[in-house]
Design a protein around this ligand. Structure first.
Ligand SMILES: [Fe+2]
Length: 138
């Protein structure tokens, strides 16, 4: 769930912390509405980021550290909830497929289930890295 604040001016908004130091290389960050990965440090308190455009093509650009904000923990949690739903659904389909003797479908669903579990594990690592980084004040 997105954490909201109500500043004194009456408007609501997300809590945003600007990057005050160079974010770690490889970090996932928010740049405006985009999720980006920091790929290298550049001069003048800037970093090179990689993101994906509307056509699905990866591209790089150079931005100031202060333009980046940490990825919301809520966003990671939402993605992980989707993965858990998918894992439950594929698990149920595999059980049903076994009862029906659909060996090919069971095999394909099993491969997809492995991918969903792998994504879930990656999201867990990302969440753990984020919590550790916040605990260290990064
Ligand atoms: Fe998934």
């Amino acid at each position: 769930m997105e954490q909201k604040t109500r500043p004194r001016n009456g408007r609501t908004g997300r809590i945003r912390r600007k990057a005050l130091a160079c974010p770690p290389i490889g970090a996932l960050m928010r740049y405006g509405e985009r999720i980006v990965r920091v790929v290298a440090e550049a001069s003048g308190q800037r970093v090179i980021i990689q993101s994906v455009n509307e056509d699905g093509c990866a591209f790089r650009s150079t931005v100031k550290w202060a333009s980046l904000t940490p990825l919301d923990t809520a966003l990671i949690a939402s993605a992980q909830r989707v993965e858990h739903y998918e894992i439950a659904a594929y698990g149920s389909l595999i059980a049903l497929g076994k009862q029906l003797g659909e060996t090919t479908a069971v095999q394909l669903l099993g491969e997809t289930l492995k991918e969903e579990k792998s994504t879930d594990e990656k999201l867990s690592l990302l969440a753990e890295e984020k919590v550790a980084a916040e605990a260290l004040g990064k």
